[in-house]
Write a protein that binds this ligand. Sequence first.
Ligand SMILES: [Zn+2]
Length: 250
Amino acid sequence: MEAIHYSIAEIKLLERMTYSSRILSMEGHDDFNQGQVSARMPGRKSFFIKRAIIGFNEAVPEDMIPASVDCNEPLHPEHPPEIFLHQGIYEARHDVAAIIHSHAPYSLVFGATDLDIKPLSHDGAYFQGRISRFTDTSQTILNIDAGRAVAKALKNNQALFLQNHGALVVGKSIREATILALLLERACKLQLMAEALQRPYSVSSNEDVEGKKGFIYDDTAIKTYWDYSVRKINQLNLNNWKPLTDDADY
Ligand SMILES: [Zn+2]
């Protein structure tokens, strides 16, 4: 990638995607080098995606390579094999500016059950009624028909379990998608812990759930969780890449 060809806004997006990758790794989303993060400038017919081979933990801004939403455009050898999942969703959802797909363990196990996400924790409250399930296949998404089928199953939801495969979340920004990916994994983990006790457990009331969606997870709060996560990456010295800008606003 030659950064010089990109606008400042695009360069910032590549840096945010790099932080996103490192945050996902830090919070338990690694499965060797599998999983993708992608993002686009609002309204664009093209997007950036983490290239194949590279894991979340090691991605640098140069690993975020351009791709077209149009599946008739030629693919690049470094595009990840599951690029079709991203093309299918960007094609169908104009409101989506970022997609994260991972094989995070608790989300994967939860998606293999017939459980619905419940408002056991704050995280669960966010996803109650906002997540769907893709059951057509448990295979990797390797063609545009499968990508479109995933987009159809997602509907207007915020997240989706790919049964016996993993999960994905979508967002209106890379920051939002990243934080939602962390929330989904935590919601699944906490509910699976409660289910394992084989004892009744309480959940939040509908009124509390609505309140949580409007306060704990409004845009301002999500930005603070993102900023916190960026600080954590820096504190743990996981930001070992060469910055493309000297602007510290990620
Ligand atoms: Zn996958």
